[in-house]
Write a protein that binds this ligand. Structure first.
Ligand SMILES: Cc1cc2nc3c(=O)[nH]c(=O)nc-3n(C[C@H](O)[C@H](O)[C@H](O)COP(=O)(O)OP(=O)(O)OC[C@H]3O[C@@H](n4cnc5c(N)ncnc54)[C@H](O)[C@@H]3O)c2cc1C
Length: 206
């Protein structure tokens, strides 16, 4: 068996990819695994906030992220066509005093490309099934039957994390049942508050 990799990251979402970039640019050998054969095509975490932009600056992707997304300087909320108020989002004390709206799949694409320039490729169709740890390190057991030894394993494998489960940890977060509807679409007409109110009222809840 070959020498252990210092760090194995499980999950190539935005968190895992950003960590892999940070480690790789500091010359820490790292592998990053994901169970999916292709990246997500969903918008999901679509707002990148100022602090994350600062972290992206260190990784060297902030200009591309800002250029690809939409600077969001304010928010206006409505209910039943009545304005609930306007919020100024451009006042944060940061070199990037604005959130950027960018679909998660775009953020992942940019981080994956940056990671490739650092010499690391996401290893796809590699699903973690379980792990064991002792004083010498960690053994990751993949669903395929493969075993990977490492000094550290990092769980960035989302809300149903296999790593967290293997460690016997629970996600401490409010889990109120809620009904919602979620869609990714391209508007075919100009986007107005009135249309927004109409479409949200017309959307059936799950
Ligand atoms: C349907 C949906 C809609 C969402 N909408 C929003 C939104 O509008 N706004 C917002 O801010 N956030 C939204 N989120 C939440 C947002 O997607 C997460 O906060 C964000 O993705 C967290 O990033 P992450 O890198 O921690 O995990 P994820 O993006 O979940 O990435 C985890 C990765 O780990 C991989 N993985 C999981 N298990 C294993 C395993 N055992 N072995 C190997 N790989 C594994 C997965 O394939 C995935 O690629 C949404 C989430 C979902 C599911």
């Amino acid at each position: 068996m070959s020498d252990p990799t210092p760090v194995v990251i499980v999950g190539a979402g935005p968190v895992g990819l950003a960590l892999a970039c940070e480690l790789a640019r500091r010359a820490v050998p790292v592998r990053i695994l994901d169970k999916l054969s292709v990246p997500t095509a969903e918008s999901r975490a679509a707002v990148v906030h100022a602090r994350t932009l600062e972290a992206f600056s260190r990784i060297g992707v902030v200009d591309e992220i800002v250029a690809a997304g939409q600077r969001t300087t304010g928010l206006q909320m409505y209910a039943d066509r009545v304005s609930l108020g306007k919020f100024d989002l451009g006042t944060v004390d940061s070199p990037y005093p604005f959130p950027v709206t960018l679909p998660q799949d775009e953020t992942e694409r940019i981080l994956t490309a940056r990671l490739a320039t650092l010499g690391v490729t996401v290893e796809r169709e590699r699903e973690l099934a379980g792990l064991e740890q002792d004083a010498s390190g960690v053994r990751a057991h993949l669903k395929s039957g493969e075993e990977i030894r490492s000094d550290w394993i990092v769980g960035t494998d989302g809300s149903h994390s296999t790593v967290r489960g293997a460690l016997g940890l629970r996600l401490e977060a409010p889990s109120k049942e809620r009904r919602s509807c979620w869609a990714t679409s391209k508007p075919t007409t100009s986007w107005t508050a009135r249309r927004c109110t109409r479409s949200s009222r017309a959307t059936p809840a799950r």
